[in-house]
Design a protein around this ligand. Structure first.
Ligand code: NAD
Length: 462
Protein backbone atom coordinates (compact mmCIF):
# COMPACT_ATOMS: atom_id res chain seq x y z
CA UNK A 1 0.00 0.00 0.00
CA UNK A 2 2.61 2.50 1.03
CA UNK A 3 4.40 1.97 -2.31
CA UNK A 4 1.28 2.98 -4.24
CA UNK A 5 0.77 5.86 -1.83
CA UNK A 6 4.32 7.02 -2.47
CA UNK A 7 3.81 6.64 -6.23
CA UNK A 8 0.57 8.65 -6.14
CA UNK A 9 2.35 11.39 -4.26
CA UNK A 10 5.38 11.40 -6.60
CA UNK A 11 3.07 11.76 -9.59
CA UNK A 12 1.39 14.82 -8.11
CA UNK A 13 4.69 16.31 -7.02
CA UNK A 14 6.40 16.02 -10.36
CA UNK A 15 3.32 17.48 -12.08
CA UNK A 16 3.35 20.38 -9.60
CA UNK A 17 7.04 21.03 -10.25
CA UNK A 18 6.51 20.82 -14.01
CA UNK A 19 3.45 23.08 -14.16
CA UNK A 20 4.37 25.29 -11.25
CA UNK A 21 1.92 28.16 -11.60
CA UNK A 22 -1.41 27.30 -13.23
CA UNK A 23 -3.17 30.42 -14.51
CA UNK A 24 -6.59 31.60 -13.36
CA UNK A 25 -8.29 29.78 -16.22
CA UNK A 26 -6.80 26.41 -15.26
CA UNK A 27 -7.77 26.91 -11.63
CA UNK A 28 -11.32 27.84 -12.62
CA UNK A 29 -11.53 24.68 -14.71
CA UNK A 30 -10.57 22.57 -11.70
CA UNK A 31 -13.09 24.36 -9.48
CA UNK A 32 -15.77 23.81 -12.12
CA UNK A 33 -14.91 20.09 -12.20
CA UNK A 34 -15.25 20.01 -8.42
CA UNK A 35 -18.63 21.71 -8.60
CA UNK A 36 -19.87 19.23 -11.19
CA UNK A 37 -18.60 16.37 -9.07
CA UNK A 38 -20.74 17.59 -6.15
CA UNK A 39 -23.85 18.32 -8.21
CA UNK A 40 -23.78 15.03 -10.10
CA UNK A 41 -23.11 12.84 -7.09
CA UNK A 42 -25.03 14.50 -4.28
CA UNK A 43 -27.64 11.70 -4.13
CA UNK A 44 -25.01 8.97 -4.02
CA UNK A 45 -22.97 10.88 -1.47
CA UNK A 46 -26.06 11.45 0.70
CA UNK A 47 -27.03 7.76 0.54
CA UNK A 48 -23.50 6.64 1.41
CA UNK A 49 -23.25 9.02 4.36
CA UNK A 50 -26.72 7.98 5.57
CA UNK A 51 -25.59 4.35 5.47
CA UNK A 52 -22.27 5.11 7.19
CA UNK A 53 -24.08 6.88 10.03
CA UNK A 54 -26.93 4.40 10.19
CA UNK A 55 -29.21 7.44 9.81
CA UNK A 56 -28.24 10.97 8.83
CA UNK A 57 -30.76 13.68 7.94
CA UNK A 58 -30.74 14.47 4.22
CA UNK A 59 -31.78 18.07 4.90
CA UNK A 60 -28.75 18.53 7.14
CA UNK A 61 -26.47 17.10 4.47
CA UNK A 62 -27.85 19.63 1.99
CA UNK A 63 -27.88 22.63 4.33
CA UNK A 64 -24.65 21.98 6.19
CA UNK A 65 -22.46 20.28 3.58
CA UNK A 66 -23.64 20.81 0.01
CA UNK A 67 -24.66 24.48 0.20
CA UNK A 68 -21.60 25.74 2.12
CA UNK A 69 -19.36 23.84 -0.29
CA UNK A 70 -21.08 25.21 -3.39
CA UNK A 71 -20.87 28.70 -1.89
CA UNK A 72 -17.17 28.30 -1.22
CA UNK A 73 -16.51 27.08 -4.77
CA UNK A 74 -18.53 29.96 -6.23
CA UNK A 75 -16.80 32.53 -4.03
CA UNK A 76 -13.33 31.22 -4.95
CA UNK A 77 -14.16 31.05 -8.67
CA UNK A 78 -15.32 34.66 -8.66
CA UNK A 79 -12.51 36.02 -6.50
CA UNK A 80 -9.41 34.12 -7.45
CA UNK A 81 -8.18 36.51 -10.12
CA UNK A 82 -8.21 39.29 -7.52
CA UNK A 83 -6.59 37.07 -4.89
CA UNK A 84 -3.85 36.09 -7.37
CA UNK A 85 -2.87 39.69 -8.13
CA UNK A 86 0.60 40.82 -7.10
CA UNK A 87 0.47 43.08 -4.07
CA UNK A 88 2.50 46.28 -4.08
CA UNK A 89 4.39 46.90 -0.81
CA UNK A 90 6.00 49.95 0.77
CA UNK A 91 9.72 50.71 0.21
CA UNK A 92 11.55 52.74 2.85
CA UNK A 93 13.17 55.99 1.73
CA UNK A 94 16.64 54.54 2.23
CA UNK A 95 16.11 52.02 -0.55
CA UNK A 96 14.40 54.21 -3.10
CA UNK A 97 14.14 54.30 -6.03
CA UNK A 98 12.89 50.72 -5.92
CA UNK A 99 9.78 48.61 -6.00
CA UNK A 100 8.65 45.78 -3.74
CA UNK A 101 5.76 43.39 -4.16
CA UNK A 102 4.38 40.03 -3.07
CA UNK A 103 3.49 37.25 -5.49
CA UNK A 104 1.05 34.62 -4.26
CA UNK A 105 2.38 31.38 -5.74
CA UNK A 106 1.12 27.81 -5.36
CA UNK A 107 2.91 25.73 -2.74
CA UNK A 108 2.80 22.50 -4.75
CA UNK A 109 1.07 19.43 -3.32
CA UNK A 110 -1.31 19.81 -0.39
CA UNK A 111 -2.30 16.82 1.78
CA UNK A 112 -5.82 16.84 3.26
CA UNK A 113 -6.79 14.52 6.13
CA UNK A 114 -10.48 14.76 6.99
CA UNK A 115 -12.84 13.44 9.69
CA UNK A 116 -16.15 11.58 9.48
CA UNK A 117 -18.60 14.10 10.94
CA UNK A 118 -19.15 16.26 7.83
CA UNK A 119 -17.29 13.93 5.51
CA UNK A 120 -17.93 15.71 2.22
CA UNK A 121 -17.56 19.33 3.32
CA UNK A 122 -14.43 18.73 5.37
CA UNK A 123 -12.69 16.88 2.53
CA UNK A 124 -13.78 19.10 -0.36
CA UNK A 125 -13.79 22.45 1.49
CA UNK A 126 -10.02 22.43 2.03
CA UNK A 127 -9.67 21.10 -1.53
CA UNK A 128 -11.51 24.19 -2.83
CA UNK A 129 -8.93 26.47 -1.22
CA UNK A 130 -6.04 24.25 -2.37
CA UNK A 131 -7.23 24.34 -6.01
CA UNK A 132 -7.95 28.08 -5.92
CA UNK A 133 -4.37 28.61 -4.79
CA UNK A 134 -3.15 26.56 -7.77
CA UNK A 135 -2.06 23.46 -5.86
CA UNK A 136 -2.48 19.78 -6.48
CA UNK A 137 -3.93 17.69 -3.67
CA UNK A 138 -4.13 14.26 -2.11
CA UNK A 139 -7.06 13.49 0.19
CA UNK A 140 -7.34 10.94 2.96
CA UNK A 141 -10.97 10.78 4.18
CA UNK A 142 -11.99 9.00 7.38
CA UNK A 143 -12.20 5.23 7.72
CA UNK A 144 -15.37 5.69 9.80
CA UNK A 145 -17.34 6.66 6.68
CA UNK A 146 -16.10 3.83 4.42
CA UNK A 147 -18.95 3.93 1.90
CA UNK A 148 -18.65 7.65 1.34
CA UNK A 149 -14.85 7.50 1.12
CA UNK A 150 -14.99 4.78 -1.55
CA UNK A 151 -17.47 6.67 -3.72
CA UNK A 152 -15.50 9.87 -3.30
CA UNK A 153 -12.31 8.11 -4.43
CA UNK A 154 -14.00 6.74 -7.55
CA UNK A 155 -15.74 9.95 -8.56
CA UNK A 156 -12.64 12.07 -8.02
CA UNK A 157 -10.71 9.63 -10.23
CA UNK A 158 -13.38 10.10 -12.94
CA UNK A 159 -13.28 13.90 -12.79
CA UNK A 160 -9.61 14.73 -12.19
CA UNK A 161 -6.27 13.63 -13.56
CA UNK A 162 -4.52 11.36 -11.05
CA UNK A 163 -1.73 13.93 -10.66
CA UNK A 164 -4.23 16.76 -10.02
CA UNK A 165 -6.40 15.41 -7.22
CA UNK A 166 -6.38 11.87 -5.81
CA UNK A 167 -8.13 10.20 -2.89
CA UNK A 168 -6.37 7.62 -0.74
CA UNK A 169 -8.58 5.40 1.42
CA UNK A 170 -7.74 3.22 4.38
CA UNK A 171 -7.43 3.09 8.15
CA UNK A 172 -5.06 4.52 10.70
CA UNK A 173 -1.99 2.88 9.18
CA UNK A 174 -2.65 4.53 5.84
CA UNK A 175 -3.35 7.81 7.65
CA UNK A 176 0.00 7.59 9.41
CA UNK A 177 1.88 6.86 6.19
CA UNK A 178 -0.05 9.71 4.53
CA UNK A 179 0.94 12.20 7.26
CA UNK A 180 4.57 11.16 6.75
CA UNK A 181 4.66 12.21 3.08
CA UNK A 182 6.74 15.31 2.30
CA UNK A 183 3.77 17.50 1.32
CA UNK A 184 4.22 21.20 0.72
CA UNK A 185 1.39 21.72 3.23
CA UNK A 186 -0.81 19.41 5.25
CA UNK A 187 -4.34 20.33 6.36
CA UNK A 188 -5.70 18.10 9.07
CA UNK A 189 -9.23 18.26 10.45
CA UNK A 190 -9.92 16.04 13.45
CA UNK A 191 -9.26 15.60 17.13
CA UNK A 192 -6.63 17.43 19.14
CA UNK A 193 -4.97 14.13 20.12
CA UNK A 194 -4.49 12.99 16.52
CA UNK A 195 -3.57 16.54 15.46
CA UNK A 196 -0.57 16.31 17.75
CA UNK A 197 0.60 13.12 16.00
CA UNK A 198 0.06 14.64 12.57
CA UNK A 199 2.20 17.64 13.48
CA UNK A 200 4.94 15.35 14.77
CA UNK A 201 4.92 13.36 11.53
CA UNK A 202 4.96 16.56 9.46
CA UNK A 203 7.88 17.93 11.47
CA UNK A 204 10.21 15.27 10.04
CA UNK A 205 9.68 16.77 6.58
CA UNK A 206 9.37 20.37 7.79
CA UNK A 207 5.92 20.27 6.22
CA UNK A 208 3.85 23.23 7.42
CA UNK A 209 0.48 22.27 8.88
CA UNK A 210 -2.96 23.71 9.30
CA UNK A 211 -4.70 21.90 12.15
CA UNK A 212 -8.46 22.22 12.43
CA UNK A 213 -9.17 20.63 15.79
CA UNK A 214 -11.95 20.44 18.34
CA UNK A 215 -12.48 21.43 21.94
CA UNK A 216 -15.11 22.58 24.37
CA UNK A 217 -16.84 25.56 22.77
CA UNK A 218 -18.89 27.48 25.33
CA UNK A 219 -22.17 29.35 24.92
CA UNK A 220 -22.47 32.17 27.43
CA UNK A 221 -26.01 33.43 28.01
CA UNK A 222 -26.06 36.85 29.69
CA UNK A 223 -28.80 37.80 32.18
CA UNK A 224 -30.39 40.24 29.71
CA UNK A 225 -31.07 37.57 27.06
CA UNK A 226 -34.34 35.64 27.06
CA UNK A 227 -33.96 31.88 27.71
CA UNK A 228 -36.45 30.88 24.98
CA UNK A 229 -34.62 32.85 22.35
CA UNK A 230 -31.23 31.51 23.41
CA UNK A 231 -32.66 27.97 23.52
CA UNK A 232 -33.70 28.15 19.89
CA UNK A 233 -30.17 28.99 18.69
CA UNK A 234 -28.55 26.53 21.07
CA UNK A 235 -30.78 23.66 19.94
CA UNK A 236 -29.96 24.39 16.32
CA UNK A 237 -26.21 24.39 16.98
CA UNK A 238 -26.12 21.55 19.46
CA UNK A 239 -28.47 18.90 18.11
CA UNK A 240 -27.81 19.24 14.37
CA UNK A 241 -25.98 16.06 13.35
CA UNK A 242 -26.72 14.86 16.91
CA UNK A 243 -24.03 17.14 18.30
CA UNK A 244 -21.26 15.70 16.12
CA UNK A 245 -20.19 19.16 14.98
CA UNK A 246 -16.78 20.61 15.78
CA UNK A 247 -18.23 24.06 16.50
CA UNK A 248 -21.37 22.87 18.32
CA UNK A 249 -21.80 24.63 21.65
CA UNK A 250 -20.23 22.06 23.96
CA UNK A 251 -21.77 23.45 27.16
CA UNK A 252 -23.82 26.47 28.25
CA UNK A 253 -22.97 28.96 30.97
CA UNK A 254 -26.19 30.45 32.34
CA UNK A 255 -26.86 32.91 35.18
CA UNK A 256 -27.51 30.86 38.33
CA UNK A 257 -31.08 32.14 38.71
CA UNK A 258 -31.91 31.38 35.08
CA UNK A 259 -30.05 28.09 34.53
CA UNK A 260 -33.02 25.87 35.23
CA UNK A 261 -35.36 27.97 33.07
CA UNK A 262 -32.83 27.80 30.25
CA UNK A 263 -32.43 24.01 30.57
CA UNK A 264 -36.22 23.60 30.43
CA UNK A 265 -36.50 25.98 27.47
CA UNK A 266 -33.89 23.91 25.61
CA UNK A 267 -35.85 20.73 26.43
CA UNK A 268 -39.09 22.27 25.19
CA UNK A 269 -37.43 23.40 22.00
CA UNK A 270 -35.86 19.97 21.46
CA UNK A 271 -39.27 18.29 21.85
CA UNK A 272 -40.60 20.49 19.06
CA UNK A 273 -37.55 20.18 16.83
CA UNK A 274 -37.04 16.42 17.13
CA UNK A 275 -40.24 14.58 18.14
CA UNK A 276 -39.64 10.83 18.64
CA UNK A 277 -35.88 11.08 18.16
CA UNK A 278 -35.41 7.30 17.98
CA UNK A 279 -37.43 7.04 14.77
CA UNK A 280 -37.10 10.63 13.54
CA UNK A 281 -35.20 10.65 10.22
CA UNK A 282 -34.20 14.27 10.84
CA UNK A 283 -32.34 13.35 14.02
CA UNK A 284 -28.98 11.81 13.17
CA UNK A 285 -27.46 8.68 14.60
CA UNK A 286 -24.11 8.50 16.38
CA UNK A 287 -21.35 7.29 14.08
CA UNK A 288 -20.37 4.09 15.92
CA UNK A 289 -21.18 1.89 18.90
CA UNK A 290 -17.94 2.97 20.57
CA UNK A 291 -19.02 6.62 20.39
CA UNK A 292 -22.54 5.75 21.66
CA UNK A 293 -21.07 3.84 24.60
CA UNK A 294 -18.81 6.76 25.45
CA UNK A 295 -21.72 9.23 25.46
CA UNK A 296 -24.07 6.98 27.46
CA UNK A 297 -21.33 6.35 30.03
CA UNK A 298 -20.69 10.11 30.35
CA UNK A 299 -24.42 10.78 30.96
CA UNK A 300 -24.53 8.03 33.61
CA UNK A 301 -21.43 9.39 35.31
CA UNK A 302 -23.01 12.86 35.55
CA UNK A 303 -26.26 11.36 36.89
CA UNK A 304 -24.35 9.48 39.58
CA UNK A 305 -22.48 12.68 40.39
CA UNK A 306 -25.79 14.44 41.23
CA UNK A 307 -26.60 16.27 37.98
CA UNK A 308 -30.19 16.52 36.80
CA UNK A 309 -30.69 14.77 33.43
CA UNK A 310 -33.42 16.12 31.14
CA UNK A 311 -34.52 14.10 28.10
CA UNK A 312 -37.67 14.33 25.98
CA UNK A 313 -40.41 11.92 27.05
CA UNK A 314 -40.13 8.53 25.35
CA UNK A 315 -36.73 9.35 23.88
CA UNK A 316 -34.87 6.30 25.14
CA UNK A 317 -35.19 2.61 24.28
CA UNK A 318 -33.57 2.75 20.84
CA UNK A 319 -30.16 2.83 19.30
CA UNK A 320 -29.80 6.60 19.11
CA UNK A 321 -28.47 8.75 21.92
CA UNK A 322 -31.41 11.07 22.65
CA UNK A 323 -31.03 14.83 23.03
CA UNK A 324 -29.91 15.21 26.63
CA UNK A 325 -29.57 18.27 28.85
CA UNK A 326 -27.45 17.95 31.97
CA UNK A 327 -28.14 20.55 34.64
CA UNK A 328 -25.25 21.11 37.04
CA UNK A 329 -22.69 18.54 35.83
CA UNK A 330 -19.82 17.75 38.25
CA UNK A 331 -16.78 19.79 37.21
CA UNK A 332 -14.48 16.77 37.14
CA UNK A 333 -16.87 14.58 35.12
CA UNK A 334 -16.08 13.53 31.55
CA UNK A 335 -18.82 15.84 30.33
CA UNK A 336 -16.86 18.80 31.66
CA UNK A 337 -13.31 17.64 31.00
CA UNK A 338 -13.57 16.17 27.46
CA UNK A 339 -15.14 17.44 24.26
CA UNK A 340 -18.70 16.03 24.28
CA UNK A 341 -19.08 15.68 20.52
CA UNK A 342 -22.61 14.34 20.85
CA UNK A 343 -26.18 15.40 21.74
CA UNK A 344 -25.41 16.07 25.40
CA UNK A 345 -25.62 19.63 26.66
CA UNK A 346 -24.29 20.47 30.12
CA UNK A 347 -25.78 23.66 31.61
CA UNK A 348 -23.41 25.26 34.10
CA UNK A 349 -24.70 28.03 36.40
CA UNK A 350 -22.57 31.12 37.04
CA UNK A 351 -22.89 33.95 39.58
CA UNK A 352 -21.45 36.82 37.58
CA UNK A 353 -19.82 37.36 34.21
CA UNK A 354 -16.29 37.33 35.65
CA UNK A 355 -16.92 33.86 37.01
CA UNK A 356 -18.21 32.69 33.62
CA UNK A 357 -15.16 34.09 31.84
CA UNK A 358 -12.80 32.56 34.40
CA UNK A 359 -14.51 29.20 33.80
CA UNK A 360 -13.82 29.44 30.08
CA UNK A 361 -10.26 30.66 30.56
CA UNK A 362 -9.41 27.85 32.97
CA UNK A 363 -9.82 25.41 30.06
CA UNK A 364 -7.95 24.90 26.77
CA UNK A 365 -8.71 27.57 24.18
CA UNK A 366 -11.97 26.65 22.41
CA UNK A 367 -12.70 26.53 18.67
CA UNK A 368 -15.87 28.63 18.92
CA UNK A 369 -17.59 30.87 21.42
CA UNK A 370 -21.23 31.91 21.50
CA UNK A 371 -22.39 34.95 23.41
CA UNK A 372 -26.04 35.81 23.93
CA UNK A 373 -26.61 39.42 24.95
CA UNK A 374 -28.14 42.62 23.58
CA UNK A 375 -25.95 44.78 25.75
CA UNK A 376 -22.91 46.25 23.96
CA UNK A 377 -20.80 46.46 27.13
CA UNK A 378 -21.46 42.82 28.02
CA UNK A 379 -20.68 41.79 24.47
CA UNK A 380 -17.32 43.58 24.54
CA UNK A 381 -16.56 42.18 28.00
CA UNK A 382 -17.10 38.65 26.68
CA UNK A 383 -15.13 39.22 23.46
CA UNK A 384 -12.25 40.81 25.40
CA UNK A 385 -12.46 38.40 28.30
CA UNK A 386 -12.34 34.98 26.62
CA UNK A 387 -10.41 33.88 23.54
CA UNK A 388 -11.68 31.40 20.93
CA UNK A 389 -11.11 30.48 17.28
CA UNK A 390 -14.27 32.24 16.06
CA UNK A 391 -17.47 33.76 17.42
CA UNK A 392 -21.15 33.97 16.56
CA UNK A 393 -23.12 36.53 18.56
CA UNK A 394 -26.75 35.81 19.47
CA UNK A 395 -26.72 32.64 17.42
CA UNK A 396 -24.67 29.54 16.80
CA UNK A 397 -22.55 27.97 14.04
CA UNK A 398 -22.95 30.56 11.31
CA UNK A 399 -19.55 32.25 11.51
CA UNK A 400 -18.27 29.09 9.79
CA UNK A 401 -20.53 29.73 6.79
CA UNK A 402 -19.13 33.20 6.04
CA UNK A 403 -16.92 32.95 2.96
CA UNK A 404 -15.05 36.11 3.81
CA UNK A 405 -14.13 35.16 7.39
CA UNK A 406 -11.14 33.00 8.34
CA UNK A 407 -12.14 29.71 9.96
CA UNK A 408 -9.80 28.09 12.44
CA UNK A 409 -8.90 27.52 16.04
CA UNK A 410 -6.40 28.94 18.49
CA UNK A 411 -4.19 27.09 20.95
CA UNK A 412 -5.48 23.56 21.52
CA UNK A 413 -8.32 24.07 19.02
CA UNK A 414 -6.04 24.53 16.06
CA UNK A 415 -3.30 26.20 14.08
CA UNK A 416 -4.01 28.40 11.07
CA UNK A 417 -7.27 29.21 9.35
CA UNK A 418 -8.78 28.63 5.92
CA UNK A 419 -11.89 29.56 3.85
CA UNK A 420 -12.03 32.19 1.12
CA UNK A 421 -9.14 34.61 0.81
CA UNK A 422 -7.61 33.38 4.06
CA UNK A 423 -7.54 29.82 2.73
CA UNK A 424 -6.07 31.00 -0.56
CA UNK A 425 -3.28 32.76 1.32
CA UNK A 426 -2.73 29.90 3.73
CA UNK A 427 -2.09 27.57 0.80
CA UNK A 428 -0.02 30.02 -1.22
CA UNK A 429 3.60 31.03 -0.85
CA UNK A 430 3.79 34.78 -0.27
CA UNK A 431 6.94 35.35 -2.27
CA UNK A 432 8.74 38.64 -1.63
CA UNK A 433 10.22 40.41 -4.65
CA UNK A 434 12.43 43.51 -4.43
CA UNK A 435 13.59 45.40 -7.50
CA UNK A 436 15.95 48.36 -7.05
CA UNK A 437 15.84 51.18 -9.59
CA UNK A 438 18.75 51.95 -11.88
CA UNK A 439 20.45 54.11 -9.26
CA UNK A 440 21.01 51.54 -6.53
CA UNK A 441 22.15 53.91 -3.76
CA UNK A 442 22.83 51.16 -1.29
CA UNK A 443 25.48 49.58 -3.49
CA UNK A 444 27.14 52.93 -4.10
CA UNK A 445 28.14 53.13 -0.45
CA UNK A 446 30.84 50.53 -1.01
CA UNK A 447 32.84 48.51 -0.29
CA UNK A 448 35.31 50.00 -0.03
CA UNK A 449 33.45 52.14 2.51
CA UNK A 450 34.24 55.82 2.40
CA UNK A 451 32.65 59.18 3.12
CA UNK A 452 29.24 58.21 1.77
CA UNK A 453 29.04 55.14 4.01
CA UNK A 454 30.10 57.17 7.08
CA UNK A 455 27.49 59.80 6.27
CA UNK A 456 24.80 57.13 5.86
CA UNK A 457 25.74 55.52 9.19
CA UNK A 458 25.56 58.91 10.91
CA UNK A 459 22.22 59.89 9.40
CA UNK A 460 20.41 56.55 9.27
CA UNK A 461 21.79 55.16 12.53
CA UNK A 462 20.20 57.85 14.68
P1 NAD B 1 -9.81 11.82 14.35
O1 NAD B 1 -8.73 12.72 14.82
O2 NAD B 1 -10.02 10.54 15.06
O3 NAD B 1 -9.58 11.41 12.82
C1 NAD B 1 -9.44 12.36 11.77
C2 NAD B 1 -8.64 11.77 10.62
O4 NAD B 1 -7.34 11.48 11.09
C3 NAD B 1 -9.17 10.48 10.01
O5 NAD B 1 -9.14 10.57 8.61
C4 NAD B 1 -8.19 9.42 10.50
O6 NAD B 1 -8.00 8.38 9.57
C5 NAD B 1 -6.91 10.21 10.62
N1 NAD B 1 -5.93 9.67 11.57
C6 NAD B 1 -6.14 8.86 12.62
N2 NAD B 1 -4.97 8.58 13.24
C7 NAD B 1 -4.00 9.23 12.56
C8 NAD B 1 -2.58 9.36 12.71
N3 NAD B 1 -1.93 8.75 13.69
N4 NAD B 1 -1.92 10.13 11.82
C9 NAD B 1 -2.56 10.77 10.83
N5 NAD B 1 -3.90 10.70 10.65
C10 NAD B 1 -4.61 9.94 11.50
O7 NAD B 1 -11.11 12.72 14.36
P2 NAD B 1 -12.59 12.28 14.10
O8 NAD B 1 -13.06 11.41 15.20
O9 NAD B 1 -12.76 11.80 12.70
O10 NAD B 1 -13.34 13.71 14.20
C11 NAD B 1 -13.77 14.25 15.40
C12 NAD B 1 -12.90 15.36 15.90
O11 NAD B 1 -12.63 16.28 14.86
C13 NAD B 1 -13.52 16.19 17.00
O12 NAD B 1 -12.55 16.47 17.97
C14 NAD B 1 -13.95 17.46 16.30
O13 NAD B 1 -14.09 18.58 17.13
C15 NAD B 1 -12.88 17.61 15.30
N6 NAD B 1 -13.33 18.41 14.16
C16 NAD B 1 -12.79 19.64 13.94
C17 NAD B 1 -13.24 20.40 12.88
C18 NAD B 1 -12.68 21.77 12.56
O14 NAD B 1 -12.94 22.27 11.48
N7 NAD B 1 -11.92 22.39 13.44
C19 NAD B 1 -14.23 19.90 12.05
C20 NAD B 1 -14.75 18.64 12.30
C21 NAD B 1 -14.28 17.89 13.35
Amino acid sequence: MSETLQATFEKARSAARRDRIPDAEARRRRLAALKRLVLENRDDFARAIDADFGGRAREEFELMEVIPLLNAIRHATRSLKRWMRDERRHVALTFRPARAWVRYEPLGVVGIISPWNYPMLLALGPLTDALAAGNRALLKPSELTPQFSEILARRVADRFEADEVAVVTGGVEVAQAFAGLPFDHLIFTGSTAVGRKVMQAAADNLTPVTLELGGKSPAIVAPDYGPERAARSIVLGKFANAGQTCIAPDYVLAPADAAEALARAVLARVERAYPDPQTNRQYSNIISQRHRDRLNAAIEEARRGGAEILQPAGATGGDKVPPTIVLGPPEDSRLMTEENFGPVLPVVPYRDLDEALAFVNARPRPLALYAFTRDAKTREAILDGAISGGVTLNGTLLHVAQDDLPFGGVGASGIGAYHGRDGFRRLSHARAVYAPGRANMFERMGPPFGRLARLAIRVLGR
